[in-house]
Every structure is written in structure tokens, then in C-alpha cells.
Write a protein that binds this ligand. Structure first.
Ligand code: 4NP
Length: 163
């Protein structure tokens, strides 16, 4: 069954639209485009309607990712029902998501992005690059690629079991 994954960060203009684009491309490369639907949202709605941060788009484009997402706020009433997995980028995102979850089932959908990391195993959260420099965006992309591959491995493994 198709898994619906929502990546969530604070502003939905840097980390989570990057994760969404990486997931879409990696799923395609691994023949799993039909297995995963990816979207992204922000805890805050300050940037709603905007394209991703220009710096994020430029760094991602150098790796061949096209960020087409328009920022939107996370809406608990709709999103907890519409997605199977809701993946926050850091502890703050996860804490905010859990606070908005109304049921045990909703709480059970929430994950932290770095829990899927292997190369970056042990890192706690994908750091917010918004107020930093170019190296911060490169680190974010390295971590997102690592986490997306780990998450895809899990989804492909689950898919084999006919879930
Ligand atoms: P993001 O980065 O959560 O990775 O999209 C941020 C973007 C904007 C803001 C904070 C973080 N902001 O405060 O506007």
C-alpha cells in the first residue's frame, strides 16, 4: 500500500521541502515512486504560499533536486488523518507535533528525521539553516539524503510484507 509521508520543519521553506524533493527523486531512482507519496508543511505559517528559500533551492539544485513546493502550515485536523508518517526535523518540531496530536494513533505517526540516519546516526535533529551560512545548507542536504535513504529502506522492507 502507498505510504503517505509528511515532512515537517519550522518554516517549510528550507529543511522539509528539501526532504520532500529528495524523497521524490530517490523513490523514483529506486523504483518506489508508487510506494511513497511525499509532502511537506511548517509548524508556523509565516511563509505560507512562498517558494522555498532561495539559498536552499540553489544548494539543492547543485545536487539535481528541483524544489517546487509552496510553503504551507501543518494542519492537525487534516494532516494527521491524511498521512501515515509525520516526520519532524528536530526535537522542537516533534514536540510541537505531539502537542497537536489528539489521539494515541496520531501520536504514533510522529517520527524524528534523524532517527532514520545511518551516516549521521547519533545526531539529534536536522539543524535549522535559516540564520546560518552556506555550509549549514550543505550539512542539511547531507543529513536529509542520509535520512531519506534510511526511511526508504524501511518503507521498502515494510512493503515486502504486504503492509
Ligand atoms: P525551516 O527553516 O524550518 O527549515 O524552513 C526556517 C525558515 C524560516 C524560519 C525559521 C526556520 N523563520 O523563522 O522564518
Amino acid at each position: 500500500m502507498r505510504k503517505r509521508v509528511l515532512f515537517v520543519c519550522l518554516g517549510n521553506i528550507c529543511r522539509s521541502p528539501g526532504a520532500e524533493a529528495i524523497m521524490r527523486r530517490r523513490a523514483g531512482e529506486r523504483g518506489a515512486a508508487d510506494l511513497v507519496y511525499a509532502d511537506s508543511a511548517g509548524i508556523g505559517g509565516w511563509h505560507a504560499g512562498e517558494t522555498a528559500d532561495k539559498r536552499m533551492m540553489a544548494h539543492a539544485a547543485r545536487r539535481g533536486y528541483e524544489l517546487t513546493h509552496r510553503a504551507r502550515k501543518f494542519y492537525p485536523d487534516a494532516d494527521f488523518g491524511a498521512f501515515d508518517l509525520i516526520v519532524g526535523m528536530d526535537d522542537g518540531n516533534v514536540r510541537d507535533l505531539l502537542a497537536m496530536a489528539a489521539t494515541e494513533e496520531e501520536r504514533g505517526k510522529v517520527r524524528k528525521m534523524t532517527d532514520f540516519c545511518r551516516r549521521f546516526a547519533g545526531r539529534n535533529g536536522v539543524p535549522d539553516p535559516y540564520y546560518g551560512g552556506a555550509e549549514g545548507f550543505e550539512l542539511v542536504l547531507d543529513m536529509l539524503e542520509d535520512a531519506v535513504d534510511g526511511l526508504l529502506d524501511q518503507l521498502l522492507e515494510d512493503g515486502k510484507g504486504g503492509e
